[in-house]
Design a protein around this ligand. Structure first.
Ligand code: PLP
Length: 407
């Protein structure tokens, strides 16, 4: 009799966005005359930048001829793309990242989810609360937690993100082995200063922890004093992995391209205490389990890192940030305390009430889909997240419906 991985049974039955979709479908069936406006799931609404479309066409044209055709590519990504990322994305901000430390993939979701498998089953893992659920669920699947009890998994160290700490949890008093951090944050929209990240780097250096730093939203940072990369902090190369994605920055949610940086200095230890290169382990893992991102997607991605491409994605992220500012201003005018919305496409709103009840209220009275904070963890209760990814006229319509319903 074949048996299942019992750890899957610990997972909470319904993924947050599945439950939201169920409630939205029920609402749409009950009130078909008023189409719902979605400011819930963080999916982009604008087409690929024109340079990326051109890059795609170029890649596809090459695939159409025997002489220019590309078969299996390097699992790590083509060098032309990794070199561009190293210079245009990291080099320009003074970060020392080389092409052979960059691994191109089909998503930061996969990479942030898969990375934990390089480490032992009995390490201690810390996650922020509220949190992007992928970090938690993949550790549950790997057997690093006990059961789900009172809104949390036994065995995980939760780092509360609260209004008191500006939704930037400080390092815990106890040592942990692996820490997930995400700035600009999903769901709270918070950003970390250089001093705050330096505190984390210093903690990791002291305790031997590794930081998995998710920078999927770094393109939305406008405040020049804020770090875009953890490698802007001295000493981070020895303790941190960084994940980036073109999903939100360049509209690649349906096209799929992301990249992960694993510095050569980063080490983890075997049971005898001997050091191993984490970069080499990730390389081994990717070479075995992943066959690279399609060639046309990589030519499209490369176009994003040209000066023209960067201009286009800047205009795109400016647009979403203007939406975010409208959302934040409107919710503040209605009397809600907000965070995020600046340097981030998410606005995190304190409702002070049950977040699913608030979600239902906004859905039923305004026909607008938002995200209940409780879906991101215990400390998300009493909050909702509104996403800025939509067309301006939809955002304006959604906000005027919310104003009418909640005023
Ligand atoms: N990391 C964070 C914090 C996210 O919010 C998301 C998507 O919502 C991802 C990663 C996933 O990115 P990708 O589309 O590259 O898989």
């Amino acid at each position: 009799m074949i048996r299942i991985n019992e750890h899957y049974r610990k997972l909470k039955a319904s993924y947050l966005f599945v439950e939201i979709a169920r409630r939205v479908a029920a609402h749409a069936a009950a009130q078909p005359e008023r189409p719902v406006i979605k400011l819930g799931i963080g999916d982009v609404t604008h087409a690929l930048p024109s340079v990326a479309v051109e890059g795609f066409r170029k890649g596809i044209a090459e695939q159409a001829g025997d002489e220019t055709f590309h078969g299996y590519g390097p699992e790590q990504g083509y060098e032309f793309l990794r070199e561009l990322i190293a210079t245009a994305d990291f080099g320009e901000r003074g970060c020392d990242v080389s092409a052979d430390e960059i691994f191109v993939s089909d998503g930061a979701k996969c990479d942030t989810g898969n990375f934990q498998e390089l480490f032992a089953a009995d390490i201690t893992v810390a996650v922020p609360d509220p949190v992007y659920p992928v970090y938690v669920d993949t550790n549950v699947m790997a057997g690093r937690t006990g059961i789900w009890r009172d809104g949390r998994y036994d065995g995980l160290v939760y780092l509360p993100g609260t209004s008191e700490n500006g939704f930037v949890p400080p390092p815990p008093s106890q040592p942990v082995d692996l820490v997930y951090l995400c700035f600009p944050n999903n769901p709270t929209g918070s950003t970390a200063t250089k001093a705050e990240l330096a505190e984390w780097v210093s903690y990791a250096r002291k305790t031997g922890a590794i930081i998995l730093f998710d920078a999927a939203y770094e393109e939305f940072i406008r405040d020049d004093s804020l770090p875009h990369s953890i490698y802007e902090i001295d000493g981070a190369r020895e303790v941190a992995v960084e994940f980036r994605s073109l999903s939100k920055t360049a509209g690649f949610t349906g096209t799929r391209c992301a990249y992960t940086v694993v510095p050569r200095e980063l080490k983890a230890f075997d049971s005898q205490g001997s050091p191993h290169s984490v970069r080499d382990l990730w390389n081994r893992r990717q070479s075995t389990k992943f066959n690279g991102v399609s060639y046309p997607v990589q030519t499209a991605a490369a176009a994003v890192f040209t000066p023209e491409g960067r201009k286009e994605i800047r205009a795109r992220s400016d647009y979403y940030l203007e939406n975010a500012a409208l959302i934040r201003t409107t919710m503040e005018e209605l009397g809600y305390e907000c965070s995020g919305g600046f340097n981030s496409p998410y606005v995190w709103i304190r409702t002070g009430t049950d977040s699913w009840a608030f979600f239902d209220d906004v859905l039923n009275r305004a026909g607008v889909v938002i995200t209940p904070g409780a879906g991101f963890g215990l400390h998300g209760e009493g909050y909702v997240r509104i996403s800025a990814f939509n067309h301006r006229e939809k955002v304006i319509e959604a906000l005027s419906r919310i104003q009418a319903a909640l005023r």
